[in-house]
Design a protein around this ligand. Structure first.
Ligand code: ADP
Ligand code: MG
Length: 657
């Protein structure tokens, strides 16, 4: 079997998953952002070409072979599939002349090949014991050879009309080259099949031949109407439409007929093949076509809908039936009685093993389906149920992103995360520029403040010597020192202070802080420490970290002032690279509009004299100097959580003293 004829045009694939959903053989996977056809799984049905709005699937082309090799060197005959009337509805009678213009020596109907095999089909339908499956459609037998190997013995071992016609022409003419022209992609794989590759030399599709007419400026309307070359076909012309095979074999199927079934179209085909394999079908003969008649083949290239196409083919049959001389036809058929029209089919199992129930459940959980209620069975993935999708996924045949509800959930959370990160980033940028300004001002103030403190100390000493009252000078000195404290805090916020790093156990730092805080607040305050972390030693500035925790805990205590129960929870966790500290209070909470201002220096909601608005700004600076992160979540009237994350790595570049 040869099935590597369809591939993806990289630049055009927009990864919409249509082809993956449509592919009856699960033969398409997304690899490096593109829907790639897996050759060994492909059955060449061409459904992916039909559904790709971007025209991102290409089919192996024989154009160069036909026009540069065959036609210039050999007697090259075209055989045209009966659906051509649906592909060229306005001027199908000009096709023989147009093809001759391109250099084909003879142009015949493939339909005579159908006539050739009909005798054999008649025989099989009359005499078979088990359910037999027709084999003119290569996509159908490719599918069975790859995915239902147990049904290979049920395939009718007779060549398709195309191969029959190729063999007929090769037997009756001196070494011609035969080019089949039709609506079917799978024929390109069929003619290369080692079992039958003596019959046909190239396959072109109707879409391809239309392009070739255009590029050679062949206008069908301007051509003469000439007949197809003999042999002329009889009922084989009807092969392209539903029930054509039976009609050709002279068998009428009616609605009460249970021994014969005609099945067309991807989903019905899959259904019936499943049923035959399960032993649910008892009919003697099943005519299966992957498309809804060859008139709906992937390369038909027609604007008409199904019934209009059917009408065109019937119109052609009616118009041309009289051209077939019954006596001539009978003798052609008789003379071909020795022609070998048999073939065999070879199983090439590509079915993947069924995943276990546990694996299926695990896959369902991956897409947030924990119970049956979660299984929406919306069908967006191309599978009827979430379970079917999970099975395909377990077989390695479906993609994660095909589950649309799951994808939407993922997108929503990614969007929220992105939005949060963006807000944090904007906030961090704002704080960085405030920091720059603060550092500049602090540096400028530091020197004059130093001078004021120095000279007022000198004056104070002088006054003391002569035993004068120092009250006013003390005031200057105290206020100047207060200013220096603020300046120093500002430098802390602007990360201008140096760290004094040493090996520090966060657990120790916290216990020391808890002790200080409990000592100063007495039994009034309840601190619960939930310690889930290993005792990791990190390189950090212990005093500065202590200051951070004290600032945060003091804020919490102040926020819980009016609460009867003042409870503080401190939760400690870690993973390989980080330590996580959560400090949770049950205080007044923070107004939403203030959340983004908390780390800004001098932002306070406290009364003058109680708050400076520097506690969190300093803490932010210190944590950032440690390459960590600090965030605050809060719910008004419920409480506030401060999250601190510190890296475990001791390689980070601390500003050494
Ligand atoms: P200050 O405590 O001097 O006001 P901070 O920088 O420490 O300055 O805090 C800034 C503001 O953030 C506080 O005034 C308060 O409004 C708010 N805040 C900080 N922590 C909490 C908390 N745990 N609960 C409620 N509000 C808080
Ligand atoms: Mg404070």
């Amino acid at each position: 079997m040869y099935t590597g004829i369809v591939s993806t045009i990289g630049q055009k694939c927009k990864r919409c998953y249509s082809c993956i959903r449509e592919c009856p053989a699960n033969a398409i996977r997304v690899i490096d952002g593109q829907a790639v056809v897996i050759e060994e799984r492909c059955i060449s049905c061409g459904h992916c070409l039909k559904v790709c709005s971007q025209h991102a699937k290409s089919v192996e082309s024989d154009n160069i072979k036909v026009f540069d090799e065959l036609i210039p060197q050999f007697d090259t005959f075209a055989i045209v599939a009966p659906s051509f009337a649906a592909s060229f509805p306005e001027n199908y009678d000009k096709i023989p002349a147009a093809l001759k213009k391109l250099g084909f020596k003879r142009v015949s109907e493939t339909a005579f090949g159908a006539d050739l095999i009909n005798v054999k089909y008649k025989d099989i339908i009359a005499n078979n014991k088990k359910t037999m499956i027709s084999t003119p459609c290569p996509a159908v037998y490719n599918y069975i050879e790859k995915y239902f190997v147990e049904l290979v013995p049920n395939l009718v071992q007779i060549v398709s009309p195309m191969i029959a016609m190729g063999r007929y022409l090769k037997a009756n003419y001196s070494n011609p080259k035969i080019v089949f022209i039709g609506p079917c992609i799978a024929k390109k794989s069929e003619y290369r099949d080692l079992e039958v590759n003596d019959a046909i030399d190239a396959v072109l599709t109707f879409s391809e031949i239309k392009e070739i007419f255009n590029s050679n400026n062949i206008e069908l309307d301007n051509l003469d109407t000439i007949e197809f070359d003999p042999p002329h076909a009889a009922m084989g012309k009807s092969y392209a439409i539903s029930g054509g095979l039976l009609k050709t074999a002279g068998i009428e199927s009616n609605i009460l007929e249970k021994d014969l079934i005609i099945v067309e179209g991807k989903s019905k085909v899959k259904e019936i093949i499943d049923d035959i394999a399960d032993g649910k079908i008892k009919s003697k003969f099943i005519d299966i076509l992957f498309c809804e008649g060859c008139i709906n083949g992937p390369a038909i290239d027609s604007d008409l809908n199904h019934y209009a196409r059917r009408e065109k083919v019937i119109e052609f049959i009616e118009k041309n039936q009289s051209h077939t001389d019954r006596n001539v036809w009978n003798s052609e058929i008789y003379n071909s009685r020795e022609l070998d029209l048999n073939r065999i089919f070879t199983p090439e199992n590509r079915r993947r093993p069924m995943p276990s129930e546990e694996q299926i459940a695990e896959i369902l959980r991956r897409t947030n389906k924990y119970s049956e209620i979660d299984e929406l069975n919306c069908g967006a993935c191309g599978y009827d149920t979430c379970r079917e999708y999970a099975i395909a996924f377990g077989k390695g045949l479906a993609e994660d992103e095909m589950c649309l509800p799951h994808l939407i959930d993922k997108l929503e959370s990614a969007y929220t995360e992105l939005k949060n990160t963006q807000e944090q980033l904007t906030n961090a940028e704002k704080l960085a520029s405030i920091g720059q300004l603060a550092a500049g001002v602090a540096h400028e103030l530091n020197n004059p403040l130093g001078t004021i403190i120095l000279y007022s100390s000198l004056i104070r000493n002088e006054l003391q010597k002569i035993e004068k009252d120092c009250g006013d000078v003390d005031m200057i000195l105290d206020e100047a020192k207060r200013c220096r404290g603020i300046v120093s805090n500002l430098l802390n916020f602007a990360r201008e202070r140096k760290l004094n790093p040493a090996e520090v156990s966060i657990k120790n730092v916290l216990s020391e802080v808890i002790k200080i805080v409990t000592d100063t607040n007495g039994n009034d305050l309840l601190i619960e420490l939930e310690d889930n972390a290993e005792d990791i030693i990190i390189k950090a500035d212990k005093d500065q970290l202590k200051q951070v925790f004290i600032n945060i805990i003091n804020n919490a205590i102040e926020a819980m002032e009016s609460r009867d129960e003042k409870k503080l929870r401190i939760i400690l966790n870690n993973d390989d690279s980080k330590i996580f500290i959560k400090i949770i209070d049950c205080g007044c909470g923070i107004e939403e509009e203030n959340i983004n201002k908390l780390f800004t220096p001098f932002f306070t909601t406290k009364k003058i004299g109680r708050g400076t608005g520097l506690g969190l700004a300093i803490s932010y600076g210190i944590i950032k100097m440690h390459k960590g992160d600090i965030t605050i979540e809060s719910e008004l009237n419920k409480g506030t959580t401060v999250n601190i994350v510190l890296p475990v790595s001791n390689k980070y570049d601390l500003k050494l003293k």
